[in-house]
Design a binder for this molecule. Structure first.
Ligand SMILES: [Zn+2]
Length: 130
């Protein structure tokens, strides 16, 4: 599978580590949007689109974020029965689409960051021409 197009939408939030959103097209026929480009301690990396994990309240069935200990609707205690790893706690986000091997993950990240850097260079180039 090949990446045939990468589009970057830069985000200008000074207090955020989020630098941009990318949308990536595979084989001219499949697109994944909202891949996030994040500034980490060891440089830029990409995060796949994800959704927040929720769990229903045992009393009223209201969907609460997994980190909540009490229901936001009725105040009932929500026990973390599925919590297996005490150190990391419950999984808060689940990827909606993601590469299943390191090779493709590296390829995807390289292409997205290349496109991001190119975009950044052309943006600063325009400013210098003023
Ligand atoms: Zn409830």
């Amino acid at each position: 599978m090949e990446i045939t197009e990468t589009r970057i939408s830069p985000i200008n939030k000074p207090n955020s580590r989020l630098r941009a959103y990318a949308s990536v097209t595979f084989d001219n026929s499949f697109v994944i949007r909202e891949i996030r480009i994040i500034e980490g301690k060891n440089g830029l990396f990409i995060a796949m689109p994800s959704r927040k994990m929720q769990k229903p309240c045992p009393r009223c069935n209201f969907k609460n974020p997994v980190t909540n200990k009490f229901c936001g609707q009725c105040g009932a205690e929500i026990k973390n029965v599925e919590q297996k790893n005490q150190k990391t706690g419950p999984q808060q986000h689940k990827d909606l689409a993601h590469p299943i091997n390191t090779q493709f993950r590296d390829y995807l990240q390289k292409k997205v960051l290349e496109a991001y850097n190119q975009q950044k260079e052309s943006a600063t180039g325009k400013e210098n021409n003023k």
